[in-house]
Design a protein. Structure first.
Length: 95
């Protein structure tokens, strides 16, 4: 074992200090997928109706830590990962 922990496809959530803002997430954390780190935000909610009325659950949001992924170089060729925001070259815009 090399002493490094592999965080791939794992996450941690910590109780968040909401301060004076009740809209802040109840929990915050991060996860790593495909070598990319994502920020997690979670709010404790309650089912309002139906057979599970009154049950509590956590709803959440996932955001990339870095808004634009860098290109990947494979065998000397540059490529971008599919499904990831890419930088825009404004020099190619025709107006």
């Amino acid at each position: 074992m090399n002493g490094q922990y592999d965080n791939e496809l794992t996450f941690r959530l910590f109780k968040n200090d909401k301060g004076e803002n009740p809209k802040r997430p109840d929990y915050r954390g991060e996860c790593q997928i495909g070598g990319v780190t994502y920020k997690l935000s979670g709010w404790v909610s309650e089912v309002k109706s139906g057979k599970n009325a009154g049950s509590k659950y956590i709803r959440g949001k996932v955001e990339r830590m870095d808004p634009v992924a860098p290109p990947v170089s494979v065998e000397g060729k540059t490529a971008f990962l599919p499904g990831v925001a890419q930088p825009v070259n404004t020099e190619d815009v025709p107006f």
